[in-house]
Every structure is written in C-alpha cells, then in structure tokens.
Design a protein around this ligand. Structure first.
Ligand SMILES: *[C@@H]1O[C@H](CO)[C@@H](O)[C@H](O)[C@H]1NC(C)=O
Ligand SMILES: *[C@@H]1O[C@H](CO)[C@@H](O)[C@H](O)[C@H]1NC(C)=O
Length: 550
C-alpha cells in the first residue's frame, strides 16, 4: 500500500470511530433526558436568534447557541445534536415549528406536557403555538430543568471518578484539602489548607509540641514560659476539641437551584449545571461557614464554643446518596486514629425511599445490613472519644401535602402538575412521594417508618462502638418543632422547602431553622456531644485574632 492509501484508510477509520462515538453520545443523551433539555433550548434560542439575524446559516446559528452554556460537556452535546440534524433543523427553524414537537419527533423528548393534553399538543408541528405564551414558557423551562433535577439524584454516577466524588482540583499535596474555594471539591467543602505543599499539614490533625500550625486552625508558636506549644495549651488540653464531619445526601451537601436561573435569559445557567453538583456546602445547616449563614450552622455554633475548631471540618455528602453509599463516603473522609476526634453527622434523609417505583425502595433488612457495615467501618477509622449523630428519615408525604397545590416558579403550574410532568418525562427523582397517587405516597411513608425503626432499634439496643458514642435524632421531631415555629411566625410551611426543586429544605430558611432545632435537641438530649465551652477562647482570640480568616 502506498502512503496515500494508508492515510485514506486511516481517515476512514477515524471517521467511523468519530461517528460511532457521536452516536453513543446521542444515545446517552436520549436516555438521561439531557438531550431533551439541550435540544429544546437550542432550537428555541436558534429561532429567536434567526428572527434578529436571518442572514446567519443554520450551522452558524447553532455554533453561537451551543457556546452559551458554560460547560464543555453540554456544549459538546449541543454540537452533536445540531450537527446530526442540520438539514432538518434548517427547515424547522425557517418554518418556526414548535421546539418541543421537533425534539420529541427526534426521539430526544417524551411527549409530555405540563398543562395540556399531550396528544393534542403533539398532534402537529404547530399545535403548541396556539397555547398562551406563559404556558409555552413554563413548558420550555420545565424541559430544561427536569434533566438537572434527575441527573443530580439518579444519574450523576457516570460523571464521577472512582472515589464517588468529583475530582478535587488544586489539591497539590493530595491530602484532600485545598486552598481554593470554588474549584471542584475545594475549601467550600473542607476547611482551607494552609500549606498545600505538605500532606502532613491539613485541618483535623492533632499534634504536640510543634510550633508550626499543622492543622490550619491559626494557632501556632511555643509559649516561652511553659515551653509548650499553644496548640497543646489551648486545644489538646481541652477534652471536647473535635473536628466536624458531615456524611449524607443533598440535604447535607446543600443542594439548591437559585430561582433567578429560571428567568428565560438565565436558563443557560441551568444547562451549565448539568454536569456539576449544585451544592452550597458553605451555606448549609451543617458545614455552612460563610457570612450568609451567620452563626446558624453547626460549624459556626461549634467554633463559637471552641475556637480550636476553626477550619476543622469536612463535608463529603453527595446528591442522591443513600444508606448504601455510607461505606464509600467514609473512605473519602481524611482522618486517622491519631487525628482530633470527630463529631460526625450522618443524614440520608430520603433517597432510600425515593426512586422510580415502589419496588426500588431499599428493603428493611438490606438497610439494616448497610447501616451496620457503615457504622463498623466508621468505628475502624475514627479516633477514640468521637461522637456520631444519626438522622432518621423525613416523611416525604409532607411535600405533596404542603406544596402540591401551590404554584411553581416556572409559571402558572402547580407543583403537583410539575411532579406529574417529571414522572411522564422519566425524570422524577422521587416518584414514590412526588406523585398525585396517594396510595404510592402512603406506601412510601410506611417504608420510611420501617427504616426509621431500624435506626431507633440500633441505638436503643445499645449497639456499642469502641471509638464513638452514637445518638439518633428523629427528623420528624425537628419538623414538628419547625412547623410550630412557622405557626408562631404565621409563615406557610412551604417556606421550609426549596421553591425550585420542591423537595429540599430551603437554604435561606429551612436549613437554618432545622439547624436551630437540631442544636436545641442536642443540648437537651446529648449535651456531651456539643461539649463544654473552651476556657482558652479569650486567650486564643487575643493572641491569634481571626486565626487567618476562613
Ligand atoms: C439572572 O441571574 C442573576 C444572578 O445569577 C440575577 O442577578 C439576574 O437578576 C437574573 N436575571 C433576571 C432577568 O432575573
Ligand atoms: C397508585 O399506586 C399504586 C401503588 O403503586 C398502584 O397499584 C395503583 O395502580 C396506582 N394508581 C393509579 C391510579 O395509577
């Protein structure tokens, strides 16, 4: 064979490879619903752009549109869909066909409609155009929003590395702690690393007689009089000096989609988030450390009692996690027997019961087995004198009861209609509870109570561990306290719940109020978990000021 033939053959093979990868991408996109969101977005925006710039060719239109999401994977999906269908799109856009209709015909969207009879809306390429504009906008927003909700809770697995967590970028020394807040799982999730060149320096370490700040709590140096390190004098001498660890699901990670993103001009933000976690661990009830949560998170409350705990926290929770993920999450905690003991919060408050159907809920015996395995592996890892707070599950029936009839921020649509749309699209992250079918909701609540029973049983049967004490917090008790508070303030119960997803504690209100009552319950039931006030706080303050800031 001469060189030209070899090159031709090579190009041909490359083309076959590219095409098969391309088809695989389109296939995945139609399965996980992202293709639907991207397709409806791209066509709707292309039609708008075409009106103002009719001289642009269709490939150029899509090139512009597909650059709008700030996420390479979503851009790639958009390019794949538009190049696959350039010819048809050219025609459809000029004829101004309904985007939803086109994407359904291409097999990327299911024929589901929020408010109208789907058979009628999808009966012709222009039938939907006669619907009122606010209803068409709501449908557009729902198409883009649904895959995000779904992928965060049931579909994220494909985007993870082996650890079950997105990559930590800018963690040079590989000690799991980073200097940077917002890149990957950086300092938003774990206390800031004060030396990213040494894996021996990171929050959580316990050390003696070293003048250097090895755990980044801002306390360093040797006291001249006693020749002891200040860490020894102020922290190691205080028996309740513990670091904080948070394991659990999106309610611990702080999932939230801001309402402003639902504005038509801002929908690209929703698309850009398809492949990212949408968590705000710095604002949530547990690990919240930024100023917006003031003194209302567990972290802030603990630090105000013990200044040694500054930066000593790790949040390894993950959207969609359930009891089966406990062992895996524990592997992601950076702690050994020589480190500071921990106060651990474990919250898997619903995903064991959420799912596409009642059959996929976690069975009681399996739940108990996973819980025992998880606690045993935690015992192997934690230093002596640690404490573990285990949350029960929340009864998701309250979501439908209190949200069902309210209007969703996407438009003139009730939450109950939105839930049904999600189910029809195959995108409902919790169709056992988020459904108009009251039998399903009742069966899900029954399973939730059985699983809660397992937790209560384990704690009361004195399941003893060498390295930690265990307590159980009934989530229902927290909710009752929160409802009583809302009654007092004459606020609707829906304030507890996030407006966009309709099923998480809202970051601005729900998360704070839960934190307040969790603290109250702990103070009453287990003051030993919270610990005393560190008598050295004032000395720490006067010697080390703000301890290096967050
Ligand atoms: C778009 O979102 C930004 C914040 O992310 C917000 O400030 C702005 O008001 C939003 N735009 C509209 C039109 O709501
Ligand atoms: C409601 O859910 C139950 C339990 O899954 C099921 O047996 C029943 O057929 C459902 N009812 C309707 C009207 O879909």
């Amino acid at each position: 064979m001469d060189h030209k033939r070899i090159i031709c053959l090579g190009l041909l093979l490359l083309l076959v490879f590219v095409l098969s990868e391309h088809n695989k991408l389109i296939q995945t996109l139609s399965n996980d619903g992202k293709g639907c969101g991207v397709c409806v977005f791209a066509i709707t925006e292309a039609q708008k752009l075409f009106k103002s710039k009719p001289h642009l060719s269709t490939p150029l239109l899509f090139k512009q549109i597909c650059r709008m999401p700030n996420d390479a994977k979503t851009q790639e999906s958009c390019d794949a869909i538009s190049s696959e269908h350039t010819q048809q799109f050219d025609e459809y856009i000029k004829k101004n066909w309904d985007a939803d209709y086109i994407c359904s015909k291409l097999g990327l969207c299911k024929t589901c409609h929020l408010l109208s009879d789907a058979n009628q809306v999808f009966s012709s390429p222009t039938a939907a155009l006669s619907l009122p504009q606010n209803i068409r906008d709501a449908q557009y927003k729902a198409r883009v929003l649904a895959p995000l909700l779904f992928s965060q809770f049931k579909g994220l697995q494909s985007d993870q590395n082996g650890e079950g967590l997105p990559k930590r970028i800018f963690d040079l020394d590989g000690d799991y702690f980073s200097k940077y807040n917002s890149v990957g799982r950086g300092a938003n999730w774990r206390g800031r690393d004060c030396n990213d060149w040494s894996s021996k320096v990171h929050p959580g370490r316990k050390y003696t007689n070293i003048g250097e700040d090895m755990n980044c709590n801002g306390i360093h140096g040797i006291d001249k009089e006693t020749e002891k390190s200040f860490e020894d004098l102020f922290c190691n001498s205080f028996p309740d000096d513990r670091q904080l660890i948070f394991l659990g699901d999106s309610s611990v990670a702080g999932f939230m989609i801001p309402v402003e993103w639902l504005d038509l001009k801002n929908l690209t933000k929703v698309l850009s988030a398809y492949n990212n976690e949408l968590d705000w661990p710095m604002k949530v009830w547990g690990s919240g450390w930024d100023d917006s949560i003031q003194s209302e998170s567990m972290y802030h409350r603990i630090v105000s009692r013990n200044k040694c705990a500054h930066r000593q926290f790790q949040n390894v929770a993950k959207n969609g996690a359930e009891m089966k993920d406990l062992v895996e999450q524990i592997k992601n905690v950076q702690i050994s027997h020589d480190d500071k003991p921990a106060l651990v919060f474990i919250g898997y408050i619903g995903n064991d019961v959420c799912g596409p159907s009642l059959e996929t809920m976690t069975p009681v015996d399996l739940y108990e087995k996973r819980l025992r395995e998880g606690l045993e592996s935690l015992n192997k890892k934690l230093p002596k004198n640690s404490k573990v707070v285990m949350f029960g599950l929340i009864d998701g029936a309250i979501l439908f009861d209190h949200m069902g009839d309210l209007q969703h921020p996407i438009g003139p649509v009730k939450y109950s209609q939105f839930y049904e749309f999600l189910t029809c699209s195959g995108m409902n992250p919790c169709s056992t509870w988020l459904t108009t079918n009251s039998t399903s909701r009742a069966l899900a609540s029954e399973r939730m109570r059985q699983l809660d029973g397992v937790l209560e049983k384990l704690v009361t049967e004195q399941f003893k561990f060498e390295n930690f004490d265990l307590t159980f917090i009934d989530f229902e008790e927290l909710i009752d306290l929160a409802f009583a508070q809302l009654d007092k303030e004459k606020r609707p119960y829906s304030d507890l719940i996030d407006a966009v997803d309709g099923f998480h504690p809202s970051i601005l209100y729900g998360s704070r109020i839960l934190s307040k009552f969790l603290w109250q319950v702990l103070e009453k039931q287990r003051p030993d978990f919270i610990g005393d006030i560190n008598p050295n706080n004032e000395k720490i303050q006067s010697l080390f000021g703000d301890q290096g800031g967050h």
